[in-house]
Ligand binder design. Structure first.
Ligand code: ANZ
Ligand code: ZN
Length: 827
């Protein structure tokens, strides 16, 4: 018998699949569609194990769905703009394009060596002019619709990368890429008005039951909806009013000071010409250099200064001092807060430090009124009863809050207000390797968008990379242009777009990747969207997913597509770890996919990574585990070889043989169909690839035992063997394809229909059991007489039809009366 020579087998099939376009998605097909998508990679140069895991998971789903009769779209591409290419360019003196395309070629070869079932005709790269032309088109479309604007803004600035960073690229106050502390700088920048969509982005998270709860929570927190009240405090001896934003207007009798953000325009006016001016100005300058996170983190000490001015509390009529402080941000709310030390931690810390009064205005319900004048040891934000609050005393604070807000609205000094933490999306980058922003500045016409039919605005290649300089500005040929409106002298915008912009719409491009006039046709996008299953790392839980949701919703509103949400189901895969920590170059604990594939083959690598842990959990690398998977595939290989040699005597009459089986054969068939049932549910319903693989392994063991028996029937063996191959095909596509053809089949195993469970084969000695859902009769099923309550319940839970009957509901309880009845209680 031949040896399992994986290298030969794998390259043979890979070549064939690519040549025959075996996994092409049909644009017009009678079959239902299924769109399976992995987050596309950044072409850093080599695949790592995280990639292998990501793409193997999606490949199992894609192959499984294909065998289930779906028309599957499973594309891949390259998120190929971004800083590393530019850094490499500076370091090695190679143009970013050259570095990037070389990496893409290498990683593409590696992907093909993994045998992932991509439709290669739909490959895209965001750095290709045919792609970024439409990234620019998006910019212009959003601009036309009033969702893009330019403004001078204090932005996060990395002095080392010499570029603007988005908030999310600032990690603990430092640049995500180079760890340099981030400063603030005033620059003219382009923004996308994502805040217009804040409420709907929040609300529609409820339309996504197929997303992990933790991801939705992260998005909710990022959007940060806050409901409160704006209240005016009139400045003493002036007409100016300071408008504060508070979520707790009920605490307003406890205000002992008002704080303005240092950047608040009123600050300079208040101190002009006073003894406070110099110190206050110095403080403002100091704050300018610091980013929000450094200013407001809990670890940062509260710091502030008195301005010398006072204002009046509109409820109590009392006079309170006006301060400025680091912990109040200009960009949030109104840039001014009322300080209530007794009920807010930050204010408590501040008041304690600067010896400002601390006055309780809410005490716990049932507590003696004496408590209202006791010294405060810590801020208390619990609900309770109002004290020290004039006419509101004795009310619950929730009642008081409503009444106080009504009063502000009635008397015209305030109003109910909803705020969001979410800021507009700053997309300008002072970098080279990105999509140029398609705008020109004309001396006569001002800001002029490049007409869409003149796209792409091509990246020039005659630029100079110098630290601290915007590369596009160094190309005269790029910069100097003529105005599309008047034909006069004009200059191009020299900033490029945030790469999150490129990745916010790539899943739409896959539906119509070679369209030359539009990013996609309506027909194509409506046919394929939305993505049925999206899989990627949890590090993209906030930004990429939020931007993509925003872009989809905006394009829907512009009339380009129909769906509300781009990603129906989301799976966030766990990390690949070695010795307990994430594999990473910096930790030096990396196992290279190429090495593993070279030693054992892609099928073993895939099988191990799918078998070692459920997709959402972290996976611990294990050399023994890999060895084990390799031995298992060899076992399968030998099993088929031995069968092919011995099984010549297949009778023509299959049904008759199956009708007259002895008990060992019946048991073999039962095991085969139980495994089909389990693997189908494990892949299709729960993504429990690991348990699916282990039950296939058990079936292999059972078949080894069965075939040793003198009475073993070839028909039964064959059924078991072919089931093993088909069930294993999504995990180990090459070896199964090879063995399948070895059994005499002409068609690819990957085109076989997914096997059906033969209910009759599952039964030992049968009885009929009534199946109810919430007491309603749904079916009568045949089960073994000996089946235990537990087995019966498991059997019911695995029934494919149960899905239909319990649609969208959760199973609360399964009541079983063995031999008689099962009632599934759902809610
Ligand atoms: C008085 C108060 C009393 C507050 C109290 C809270 C508790 P969220 O939920 O995040 O919206 N605040 C408002 N604007 C601010 C700014 N620009 N910089 C820093 N802090 C600001 O929280 C709103 C609360 O955060 C507001 O309610 C305000 O403090 C503070 F017992 O006002 B509060
Ligand atoms: Zn002009």
């Amino acid at each position: 018998q031949e040896k399992y020579s994986f290298a030969e087998i794998e390259s043979k099939w890979q070549k064939k699949w690519v040549e025959e376009k075996a996994y092409k998605a049909e644009d017009h097909s009678g079959k239902p569609k299924f769109y399976a998508l992995a987050m596309f990679p950044y072409p850093s140069g080599n695949l790592h194990m995280g990639h292998v895991r990501n793409y193997s998971i999606v490949d199992v789903i894609a192959r499984f769905k294909r065998m289930q009769g779906f028309n599957v779209l499973h594309p891949i591409g390259w998120d190929s703009f971004g800083l590393p290419a530019e850094n490499a360019a500076i370091k090695h003196q190679t143009p970013p394009a050259e570095w990037t395309w070389k990496n893409i070629a290498n990683m593409k070869r590696q992907l093909q060596e993994m045998g992932i079932s991509y439709d290669w005709d739909r490959e895209v790269a965001t750095c290709h002019p045919d792609y970024y032309k439409f990234t620019q088109w998006m910019f212009l479309e959003f601009y036309k619709q009033g969702l893009v604007y330019k403004k001078k803004a204090a932005v996060n600035w990395c002095p080392s990368c010499a570029t603007v960073l988005a908030n999310e690229q600032v990690v603990d106050g430092a640049c995500e890429r180079c760890d340099t502390p981030v400063t603030k700088k005033d620059l003219e920048q382009w923004f996308f008005k994502i805040t217009d969509y804040a409420q709907v982005l929040l609300d529609d998270l409820d339309k996504l039951p197929g997303w992990p709860e933790k991801v939705k929570t992260m998005q909710r927190n990022w959007i940060g909806r806050s409901e409160g009240t704006e209240v005016d405090f009139t400045v003493e001896n002036r007409t100016d009013k300071i408008r504060v934003y508070t979520t707790r207007v009920d605490t307003i009798f406890g205000v002992s000071y008002v704080v303005l953000a240092p950047e608040h325009p009123l600050v300079k006016e208040l101190v002009a010409g006073t003894e406070y001016e110099k110190e206050v100005n110095a403080f403002i300058d100091k704050m300018k250099g610091l980013n929000e996170i450094a200013r407001t983190s809990n670890e940062t000490e509260k710091e502030g200064l008195f301005t010398g001015a006072y204002c009046i509390n509109p409820y109590s009529g009392k006079k309170v001092p006006i301060w400025i402080a680091n912990y109040v941000l200009f960009e949030y709310g109104t840039g001014a807060v009322m300080g209530v030390p007794a009920h807010d931690e930050r204010d408590f810390e501040f008041a304690t430090k600067y010896q400002l009064p601390i006055r309780t205005v809410i005490i716990p319900e049932g507590m003696s009124l004496e408590a209202k004048d006791e010294p405060v040891k810590e801020a208390n934000h619990d609900d309770g009863v109002m004290v020290n609050s004039g006419e509101y005393d004795g009310l619950t604070n929730r009642d008081a809050l409503g009444k106080m807000r009504d009063k502000a609205e009635r008397d015209g000094f305030g109003e109910h207000k909803v705020n969001f933490r979410l800021r507009d999306w700053l997309i300008s980058r002072q970098r080279y390797w990105g999509a140029p922003i398609p705008m020109v500045y004309c001396e006569h016409c001002g800001i002029v968008p490049v007409p869409q039919d003149q796209l792409p605005v091509m990246l020039p290649d005659d630029v100079v990379f110098k630290a601290g300089e915007n590369p596009l500005a160094t190309s005269e040929r790029f910069k100097e242009t003529t105005c599309p409106t008047c034909g006069g002298k004009a200059q191009r915008e020299t900033d490029t777009m945030d790469t999150f912009m490129c990745s916010s719409w790539y899943y739409l491009r896959y539906t119509d990747p070679r369209n030359n006039t539009l990013p996609f046709s309506k027909e194509a996008v409506d046919q394929w969207m939305n993505v049925d299953q999206y899989v990627g790392g949890v590090e993209h839980a906030i930004l990429h997913l939020l931007y993509s949701r925003f872009v989809t919703k905006a394009l829907r509103d512009f009339g380009y597509l129909k769906v509300d949400e781009p990603f129906e189901n989301l799976l966030t895969q766990g990390m690949v770890c070695l010795d307990g920590s994430k594999m990473s170059k910096s930790k030096g604990n990396v196992v290279s996919p190429e090495e593993i594939i070279g030693k054992y083959g892609a099928d073993t690598a895939r099988l191990f990574i799918l078998f070692a842990a459920p997709p959402e959990r972290d996976l611990e690398w294990s050399d023994q585990g890999v060895e084990g998977c390799y031995r298992f595939l060899n076992r399968v290989w030998r099993l088929v070889g031995q069968f092919a040699e011995s099984a010549q005597q297949l009778t023509g009459n299959h049904d008759q043989v199956f009708a007259e089986l002895d008990s060992a054969a019946k048991e073999m068939r039962r095991q085969t169909h139980l495994t089909i049932q389990k693997v189908t549910a494990d892949i299709g319903i729960r993504f429990n690839f690991n348990t699916a693989v282990s039950s296939i392994m058990e079936l292999v063991n059972a078949l080894y035992l069965y075939k040793e028996q003198a009475t073993a029937k070839s028909e039964v063996e064959r059924e078991a063997l072919e089931s093993i191959l088909i069930l294993l095909a999504p995990f180990a596509p090459h070896i199964t394809e090879e063995l399948w053809t070895g059994l005499g089949h002409k068609e690819s195993i990957h085109q076989q229909p997914w096997p059906q469970v033969d209910e009759a084969a599952l039964v030992q000695d049968e009885v009929t059991v009534v199946l109810q859902v919430n007491g309603k009769l749904r079916d009568r099923i045949q089960v073994s007489a000996e089946i235990s309550a537990q087995e019966l319940e498991q059997h019911i839970r695995n029934l494919p039809k149960l899905q239909e009957w319990t649609q969208g509901k959760t199973i609360v309880k399964v009541i079983t009366v063995p031999g008689k009845l099962v009632n599934v209680v759902v809610k």
